[in-house]
Structures are given as structure tokens and as C-alpha cells.
Design a protein around this ligand. Structure first.
Ligand SMILES: Nc1nc2c(ncn2[C@@H]2O[C@H](COP(=O)(O)OP(=O)(O)OP(=O)(O)O)[C@@H](O)[C@H]2O)c(=O)[nH]1
Ligand SMILES: [Mg+2]
Length: 206
């Protein structure tokens, strides 16, 4: 039998391997309505080539896959996105992006299991979807921060107005970001980590 080539099966790429210094891995979910930029965020910030489950939106999806005037968006997530980022040599975040279309929301429950925290991405043109998203996180007790993805044609509002519109308590951070930029996506994750740290400290016995 010809096994020629069987010894050339590639192993994991060096950049995909977990650093040997890693001591803690934390699961973070990136949630939000349809087309707010979840896949873009996981892709921009991940240090490994992200796993995506994008399907092309077809004619059959028109009306269902409403792309809200974004003519650059041709694909949608049907299961999840997955990426990884090292925050320090010891701390690694595993990022799970959820599908945005409501018909795939049944997948969210599994994706939330074991998550330490979440980023809720919002588009100011479609705030109403954020209520369902945040409600689901609250039900499951997953702490979250809100990141406003600043699309150029979306209206900008002061944080206080957004907080009122979203009915969010003072302690939940709201920040602006451009998920296409790695540094900006990283800042969002750092804000979440600081928030989670503050929550943990507040719960710790004095
Ligand atoms: N101008 C601009 N375009 C963006 C930005 N973020 C994402 N996009 C574009 O908007 C579209 C939507 O991004 P996706 O990352 O697919 O959004 P998603 O939330 O994963 O979408 P679903 O999985 O379908 O819910 C893509 O065409 C992106 O290139 C942004 O900050 N500014
Ligand atoms: Mg997506």
C-alpha cells in the first residue's frame, strides 16, 4: 500500500499552539444583533487564524437576511466564530462569536455555557435588538460590557443618552470601538476584563 506523503501531514502551526506559559484560559462570548460586526471583531483581534462558520447570503435569504443597507456584507455566521488572544503570558482568552440572525439564536445557550463574560456589540441604527441580547445574558447571569461599533453612517450619541436608551445601570461600561481595528477590539476586551475583575473584587469577602 502506498503511504507516500503520510509523513508530511502538517502538525499545528506554531502560531496556533498555546504558549507554554499559559496558566488560565477564559471563555468570552461576543454577542449582538445581525451584522453588527461580531465576526469582524473575532477576526481582527485573534492571534490564531479564526474559525468561522460563514455562509453566503443567497437570494432565498432576502427579506429574512435583511442586511440593513450594508452592501459589503455577503455572508452571515450560521454556528459560531472562534478565536484566541493572549492578554499576558499567563492569561489567554478564548473568543466565541455568536450568530446574529434570530433563526440561529437557539445555538446561543451552548455558546454561553462556561462563559466568564460577554461583549454586547451594538449598532446605534438598530438598538432594539440589543434588548433581547442583553436580556438573555442577564437571564443566564453572564456579566457584559457594551461596545458601540461606530459604522460611519450610524448616528453618534453621548454615552449617557445610550445608557438611558438601553436602560443600563451606571456600573456597566459602554465604549465606542471600530471592530475592524485590532487595537480597538483589544481595548474592548481589556474593558471587559477590568469590569470582571472589579465584580470579582466586590464579591470577595473583606
Ligand atoms: N464601515 C464599517 N463596516 C464594518 C464595521 N464592522 C464591520 N463592518 C462590515 O459590516 C459587515 C458586518 O460584519 P460581520 O462581522 O459579518 O457582522 P456579524 O455581526 O458577524 O454578522 P452576523 O454573523 O451575520 O450576525 C461586514 O461587511 C464588515 O466588513 C465597522 O466598524 N465599520
Ligand atoms: Mg458573524
Amino acid at each position: 500500500m502506498d503511504f507516500k506523503g503520510s509523513d508530511t501531514v502538517p502538525g499545528p502551526r506554531t502560531e496556533d499552539q498555546l504558549p507554554h506559559t499559559a496558566e488560565a484560559a477564559v471563555k468570552i462570548v461576543i454577542v449582538g444583533g445581525f451584522g453588527v460586526g461580531k465576526t469582524t471583531m473575532v477576526g481582527s483581534v485573534s492571534e490564531i487564524r479564526p474559525l468561522t462558520t460563514e455562509e453566503t447570503m443567497t437570494q432565498a435569504g432576502i427579506g429574512v437576511d435583511d442586511n440593513f443597507g450594508s452592501d459589503t456584507k455577503t455572508a452571515t455566521t450560521v454556528a459560531m466564530d472562534f478565536g484566541r488572544i493572549s492578554i499576558t503570558e499567563q492569561l489567554v482568552l478564548y473568543l466565541f462569536g455568536t450568530p446574529g440572525q434570530e433563526r440561529f439564536w437557539f445555538l446561543w445557550n451552548g455558546l454561553f455555557d462556561g462563559a466568564l463574560g460577554a461583549v454586547v456589540l451594538i449598532d446605534t441604527r438598530r438598538l432594539e435588538v440589543s434588548f433581547d441580547v442583553m436580556g438573555r445574558l442577564e437571564e443566564r447571569g453572564v456579566p457584559f460590557v457594551v461596545a458601540v461599533n461606530t459604522f460611519p453612517d450610524a448616528p453618534r450619541y453621548p454615552v449617557d443618552e445610550l445608557r438611558t436608551a438601553l436602560d443600563l445601570p451606571e456600573e456597566i461600561p459602554i465604549i465606542e470601538c471600530d471592530v475592524r481595528r485590532r487595537a480597538s477590539s483589544r481595548d474592548v476586551l481589556m474593558t471587559l476584563l477590568q469590569f470582571l475583575h472589579a465584580l470579582a473584587m466586590a464579591k470577595a469577602p473583606a
